[in-house]
Design a protein around this ligand. Structure first.
Ligand code: ADP
Ligand code: MG
Length: 698
């Protein structure tokens, strides 16, 4: 038996290690920086660097790296060794405060959306002391933010930290106003539930589409999909169980609190959820989790697919972003309280989230955008592309009673009592979970379910934090001149006004229906089905204003990100189109021709024996395969033309629109033809494994 508590965090430069290794005053100064964001003096940094290096070397590390999250969606690292020559051919293991605090990777090959054209070509990485350093593959990993020399963010962590700061500032102001003066800071907490597929590596390697695109571009459905509903929470197969054990241990070593694991709805699909952490730490953890999932799968001769839609016809994978706000005293501001004062506070924060999501639903949609996720959203397996909020019947009723003045009663004297009365009823209720809602209140947190499985959790939280900060800042302006004795009444009136205005975003029904799409349109909610449809919202004036007001993005940063997102979408679809073409031409069509001629030969042979025209069925089959061959060849030429048109588009937006309206439909048509032909060909004649094999191989 392994000693899990001893294993847990054993590769992390965590609080315990810091307390042991650092001089007391240094430890205190570092803690102050971590907790209050105060500036770290160089002598403190030097002292931390020495301790970090010592600990890292003791644990087998020879290198260190500034680990960051550029706009690629992946993480990046460049390794430097601790080795420093000291003359006479001797070396020491050295690491300074300067090296800890700041790095200068050559940034020119990371996407910048044109930012570096106007600024300097170099970028720098800055240590994020609030996310713990760790050891992986004998290297000390230092979580960092990545900026240009002008200070423009080139990564996902910088704006996330800025958005956390914005929310902190506005939330504390409101809390103080409401009389909760003990609180000095708040932070956002995230628990991302991660879905993924596991397939056999030998099969994976036979498919160009999986290797190059992470999803299948061809492939007829297996006779058995997910209709038996027997996979969800089903018993783990031994190979999967062994993988999950291994994965848990690898994550635990890095202090990542992996907690639950189970089979998901689709065959070969699984989920892992950690215990929640502070937002920026949770984002780092999730990036690491995805990486280690893939690595661990490889050790087990499997491949972990994080694509949002690896297989047609069965559920894709998402990432549920559980989000809440908690104070430095550990109070969850989205947990309904037991006292009237706590309830008032809860209602203000709840209302702020509702207002934020209503006003910035378009940005929430943008935060989940991507070529992969487009196959999922609105596909009756994942939330629709319309952002709405599920509150549950009880909370909806509470807000309704405030709106209609049935909550505070007629006389002032009963306000408190009624307030206390109505609210404590809603304890965490798991029974009325609405799986079809993109943004659901789940008792003491909100769960944003639109995000795709491969995405960084940073983006939706940047939007959410900033939008809620804005709502709180408006609430503060409305309430700030109110005398304490009138606060309750003023809050009541504020919520009344707000709920009237924003209740249109609340929807407790089934989000998968066509009725909802129509209803949402009547309500004036955004419905932005695809990535090219939604991305212009990112640069809409109201959204630029929001980010600028709260110092989360500059205008240049927003526009550069918009370009990067478009470019990423276009590149992804273009690669898919080219892969589909190659796979059809080099793998599939030869198989069609070869099988057709085999059948034709056999028919001839049979004819020779039987001396009469045999099996019109066989002849029909040969003819059908021939027709498919022809049709596919013509369609491929057409696809080529369309690819050319995309490459000649005048702007990235136009290219993205063309990908959506021209390339993807053409690819779908090719797939439909090929998949129909595939069902007529025996497995052993096919150049790549079928859905049957892929989904039921483990
Ligand atoms: P499920 O949604 O599958 O029913 P849970 O409700 O238990 O599961 O939790 C899902 C995720 O929500 C977990 O990762 C958990 O850590 C996270 N979570 C719980 N409380 C909070 C919170 N206050 N802030 C952020 N995430 C939270
Ligand atoms: Mg969930």
């Amino acid at each position: 038996m392994k000693d899990i508590p001893a294993l847990y965090g054993s590769l992390v430069f965590n609080d315990k290690v810091m307390r042991n290794k650092l001089p007391k005053d240094v430890y205190k100064a570092l803690k102050k920086t971590i907790e209050n964001g105060t500036h770290l003096e160089l002598d403190v940094a030097n002292s931390v660097a020495v301790a970090m290096k010592e600990w890292a070397v003791e644990n087998g590390a020879t290198h260190y790296t500034h680990w960051f999250q550029p706009m690629t969606g992946f993480t990046a690292e460049k390794h430097d060794s601790f080795v420093t020559p000291v003359g006479d051919g001797e070396v020491i293991m050295d690491f300074s405060g300067k090296e800890l605090v700041k790095g200068e990777p050559d940034a020119s090959s990371f996407p910048s959306g044109g930012l570096r054209a106007t600024f300097e070509a170099r970028g720098y990485t800055a240590w994020d002391p609030t996310s713990p350093a760790f050891i992986k593959d004998r290297t000390l990993y230092i979580p960092t933010a990545f900026c240009s020399y002008g200070g423009e963010a080139l990564d996902k962590k910088t704006p996330l930290l800025r958005s956390m700061e914005a929310l902190n500032k506005e939330a504390v102001k409101v809390l103080h106003l409401l009389g909760n003066t003990e609180v000095t800071s708040v932070s956002t907490t995230i628990g991302p539930e991660q879905e993924y597929f596991l397939i056999d590596k030998d099969l994976y390697e036979k498919r160009r589409d999986l290797i190059l695109c992470g999803r299948t571009l061809l492939g007829a459905p297996a006779p058995r999909g997910q209709e038996m509903e027997d996979h969800y929470f089903g018993a783990l197969k031994p190979r999967v169980a062994a993988y999950m054990h291994d994965l848990d241990e690898e994550l635990w070593k890095l202090g990542i609190p992996a907690k639950t694991k189970h089979n998901e709805v689709a065959p070969a699909q699984h989920e892992l959820a950690p215990v929640f952490s502070t937002a920026n730490v949770a984002v780092d953890y999730n990036q690491l989790t995805m990486e280690i999932m893939k690595k661990t799968a490889d050790k087990h001769n499997m491949v972990c697919l994080l694509h949002e839609k690896p297989f047609e016809g069965i559920n894709g994978s998402g990432k549920h972003n559980n989000w809440s706000i908690s104070t430095n005293q550990g109070e969850n501001l989205l947990a309904p309280g037991k006292t009237p004062a706590q309830n008032i506070q809860f209602l203000v924060f709840l209302m702020a989230v509702i207002k934020a999501v209503d006003e910035y639903a378009d940005l929430m949609r943008v935060s989940a955008a991507g070529a992969g996720n487009d196959h999922r959203l609105g596909g009756n397996e994942a939330p629709p592309a319309i952002v709405s909020i599920f509150l549950g019947d009880e909370l909806t009723a509470v807000l309704k009673s405030i709106e209609e003045d049935t909550y505070f009663g007629k006389q002032k004297a009963v306000q408190l009592e009624t307030g206390a009365h109505v609210l404590p009823h809603f304890i965490k209720d798991n029974t009325d979970r609405n799986r079809t809602s993109p943004f659901a209140f789940t008792g003491n947190k909100f769960e944003f379910r639109m995000l795709g499985s491969s995405a960084s959790v940073a983006t939706p939280n940047i939007v959410l934090n900033t939008a809620v900060a804005e709502a709180l800042s408006q609430f503060y302006e409305e309430l700030k001149d109110t005398a304490p004795e009138n606060m309750e009444h003023a809050v009541h009136e504020l919520i009344k006004r707000a709920i009237k205005k924003h209740k249109k975003v609340i929807f407790n029904g089934n989000g998968y229906t066509q009725e909802w799409v129509e209803e949402a349109e009547k309500r004036g909610l955004y419905n932005l089905p695809s990535t090219p449809d939604c991305l212009p919202a990112f640069i809409a004036d109201k959204n630029v204003d929001l980010f600028m007001k709260h110092h989360v993005f500059t205008k240049e940063e927003i526009f550069s990100r918009y370009e990067i997102l478009l470019e990423n979408y276009v590149k992804t679809v273009e690669i898919e189109a080219r892969t589909l073409k190659e796979m059809t031409v080099k793998d599939f069509l030869p198989a069609v021709a070869s099988y057709a001629s085999t059948v034709a030969d056999q028919t001839m042979a049979m004819k020779a024996f039987a001396q009469e025209v045999p099996t019109s069925e066989a002849q029909a089959l040969v003819a059908e395969l021939g027709t498919s061959y022809e049709k596919l060849s013509v369609s491929l030429k057409d696809l080529d033309e369309r690819i050319k048109v995309v490459s000649q588009a005048e702007s990235m937006q136009e290219a993205a629109d063309l990908c959506h309206t021209s390339l993807l439909p053409a690819m779908d048509a090719i797939r439909a033809e090929a998949d129909a032909a595939e069902t007529k060909i025996p497995d052993e004649e096919l150049p790549y494994p079928t859905y049957d094999a892929l989904l039921f191989s483990i």
